[in-house]
Design a protein around this ligand. Structure first.
Ligand code: ZN
Length: 727
């Protein structure tokens, strides 16, 4: 039996990433811009196959060839003929979908390897029975032989990404170890070269260490020399007792495709700033220049609130075992104009809504300032995985002087919280359908309130360097004690500097409470189009979801260090505690035994008590949070927040045991099915696929309609070149 962490379960959640509404509202020109940026992203995303493991690209090509000859549905009969059971064929589909979604055979989150959950002989039998094999037996056999061993291997070193003996990496040739990585870094630093877009290959010539530093670029050395870009960084250098050759042209075929599509996007750019941004990216991917990418990123930061947002390049360095080489990613996200309009209306109603919050007027800002918040829907996210939000660029020098962007990816978040009914944990049967139906709408209300009126509300009492107060210290009283305010922020003190370690989770908790509290307002619900009974359902599901999230949050608590690893999840656990404490049967968390005989739990929420018991509990707690925050009362705030954050085994609930149950019932990370865009009669069309392994596979089969054969050939050629260096 293979340890289940090394394969993807047959019932893994696979959801379509819905951006239809947002896409539909784009202008024709915006659609073209989004289309070509998507094309650039998808071609570039294939780089991740080469970056992940030596076999990833070969497996990708094998699966592409099989499914281009037969759709997943057509192949089902073939599978039966090859002797696969229905479960085994499903396991094959899930494996293929997983390989496409992760762009390789290692999980993008966690970096562990996954192998197919069916015997190797069965996989092979299916390949031999497939139409792709029948049309081209010799090539298919060669391809299978080149990847079948690592495809199934779970040797210690193969189990995870890592350097040297620790694991597999394709950022370095197989003979490199940590010492080589450190030595190369020293060399790169001496040349003022960034490692972001590079890989390192080591050979030995006459007993001398020889390193090849490959830069990702469309052009190779010779053409660069002609264009005057040659001498900038490439060449042969003696360094200490070794030789370094810095060479261009890694993934050159893909980098050229990226540039060609960025050129077409440029024609459809919204303004001069976007054009210059793309020009710099093109220069970066043509010549392998990180400096040019930084220039592009500077224009990107200035591209404020665009309708079509994107970022592309070698960005996150988590998967380089040495942590300095970036994995390729490219994304295109669009403003959901309809949702933005609802959020804008919420902002313009702030003056009426803020006074409803449970603190005295003196504790509210003199003038409401809309927080910097953008929610976008992802059209394309190419690379190894999709995050729920982005905070880039990663270049520290640019972040400090020119800033960064913080964007929430709305449709990703919405999917992350949506679950198929049979996998909806910890709810009563009667709540499940309701939850599925209203989760999306209630989530939008909660996000809007959280981000805009949550983070946007409340005043900090400050005495500036000159001794001037921003409040009347002779009149403002603590609403609980009735006493005059006796503490405040002085001089350069800030919320983060005062509340340090608890600042972010405490603030998330305050924002979440504002959402729970204000979603009870009829006016808020009508802004989002919910009236009457529907409005009641939105409230119920929003509160129910908060209770469930509080329980699920326990996954992010580490008992050994008694610490929380995720600010939002800690915040939701705190809220669960507050609602449990309110008593009167409002919320109940009951441990039980599941139908599978293993520990389980069920949460219930009494909807008739939300507006009474629930509302007044959140009202009191939210007021306390705000008073400690406004008055810089770290001691009081810490005692309050850490008290509710404590995960204990005493009292009415055994939260440590509940945590075990949460871990036991944890759902495997979902995969996303993304749409394709095609140009038809000069207009861009969106093609969507169903949220299933079949849909995910189909989306990848249709992704490169013009040159899929060439893409395959080029990918194989790249891995062949690499393998020459993997001694
Ligand atoms: Zn927040």
């Amino acid at each position: 039996m293979v340890d289940s962490q090394y394969y993807l379960p047959n019932d893994i959640g696979i959801s379509a990433l819905d951006c239809r509404e947002a896409f539909k509202l784009l202008s024709p020109k915006e659609k073209l811009y989004a289309h070509y940026l998507s094309r650039a992203s998808w071609y570039g995303g294939l780089v991740v196959l080469i970056q992940t493991s030596p076999e990833s690209a070969k497996i990708y090509v094998l699966l592409q060839k099989m499914f281009r000859a037969q759709t997943p549905l057509q192949m089902q009969e073939t599978a039966t003929a090859a002797g696969l059971s229905a479960e085994e064929y499903q396991a094959f589909l899930v494996y293929a979908a997983g390989l496409f979604a992760n762009m390789g055979n290692y999980k993008s989150f966690g970096d562990t390897k996954f192998i197919p959950n069916l015997p190797k002989e069965k996989f092979k039998a299916l390949v031999w029975e497939s139409l792709a094999f029948k049309e081209n037996p010799s090539d298919t056999e060669v391809l299978w032989n080149s990847c079948c061993e690592p495809l199934y291997s779970l040797e210690e070193k193969q189990k995870q990404l890592g350097l040297g003996e620790k694991g597999i990496t394709a950022y370095f040739s197989g003979n490199c170890c940590l010492e080589d990585a450190e030595f190369a870094q020293k060399f790169l630093d001496s040349k003022n070269l960034s490692a972001y877009n590079t890989r390192l290959f080591k050979t030995e010539v006459d007993g001398k260490r020889c390193y090849e530093v490959r830069l990702a670029s469309g052009k190779t050395e010779d053409c660069c020399a002609e264009e005057g870009e040659g001498e900038t960084c490439c060449g042969r250098f003696e360094f200490e007792d070794a030789v370094f050759c810095v060479k261009r042209g890694d993934y050159s075929f893909l980098m050229e495709k990226v540039c060609q599509n960025l050129e077409k996007a440029k024609v459809n750019a919204a303004d001069e700033n976007q054009r210059r941004m793309l020009e710099e990216y093109i220069r970066s991917f043509t010549y392998g220049s990180v400096e040019a990418h930084k220039e592009g990123s500077r224009f990107w930061i200035k591209d404020k609130g665009p309708i079509v947002e994107s970022y592309i390049g070698f960005i996150e360095s988590y998967r380089d075992p040495f942590g300095s080489r970036g994995e390729f990613e490219g994304f295109v996200a669009v403003v959901n104009k309809a949702m933005s309009a609802r959020f804008a209306q919420l902002v313009s109603s702030a003056e009426i809504l803020l006074p409803e919050l449970p603190w005295p007027p003196a504790f509210e800002k003199d003038r409401f300032l809309k927080p910097d918040f953008t929610s976008l829907d992802v059209l394309t996210f190419a690379g190894s995985g999709i995050p729920a939000g982005i905070n880039i660029p990663n270049y520290d020098d640019i972040r400090q002087t020119e800033g960064f962007k913080n964007v929430s990816l709305g449709n990703v978040l919405a999917v992350a919280y949506a679950t198929q009914k049979d996998k909806l944990t910890f709810l009563e049967e009667k709540d499940k359908d309701l939850y599925i139906k209203w989760k999306g709408p209630s989530f939008e209300v909660q996000v809007g309130l959280h981000e805009l009126l949550g983070h946007g509300s409340g005043k900090l009492f400050v005495q500036d360097d000159k001794g001037k107060f921003n409040f009347d210290q002779t009149a403002v009283r603590n609403p609980e004690t009735g006493e005059l305010i006796s503490s405040w922020y002085k001089g350069s003190e800030t919320w983060d500097s005062k509340f340090s370690t608890i600042a972010s989770s405490y603030e998330e908790c305050r924002a979440e409470c504002v959402g729970l509290y204000l979603c009870l307002s009829k006016q808020v619900l009508s802004i989002f189009g919910h009236e009457g009974e529907d409005a009641e359902e939105v409230i119920y599901v929003n509160w129910l979801n908060m209770v469930r999230a509080g329980l699920l949050g326990l996954e992010f608590y580490t008992p050994e260090s008694k610490s929380w690893r995720q600010a939002h999840m800690q915040a939701r656990f705190v809220i669960l505690r507050v609602l449990l404490e309110a008593g009167e049967g409002l919320v109940c968390v009951k441990e039980c035994t599941g139908t599978d005989g293993r520990p389980d739990a069920v949460i219930t929420l009494d909807r008739s008590k939300i507006n009474t018991v629930g509302k007044s509990a959140i009202q009191r707690f939210l007021c306390k949070l705000q008073v400690h925050k406004s008055t810089a009362d770290v001691e009081g705030g810490r005692a309050l927040y850490e008290g509710y954050s404590a995960v204990t085994s005493d009292g009415a609930h055994d939260f440590l045991r509940l945590r075990e149950t949460v871990l036991l019932r944890k759902e495997a990370r979902k995969m996303f099915v993304q749409a394709n865009t095609f140009i038809k009669d000069d207009a861009v069309e969106l093609t969507e696929y169903e949220g299933s392994a079949e849909g995910l596979i189909q989306s990848f089969i249709e992704r490169f309609p013009d040159d899929s054969e060439e893409v395959d050939a080029q990918l194989l050629e790249m891995t062949r070149k690499d393998s020459l260096c993997w001694c």
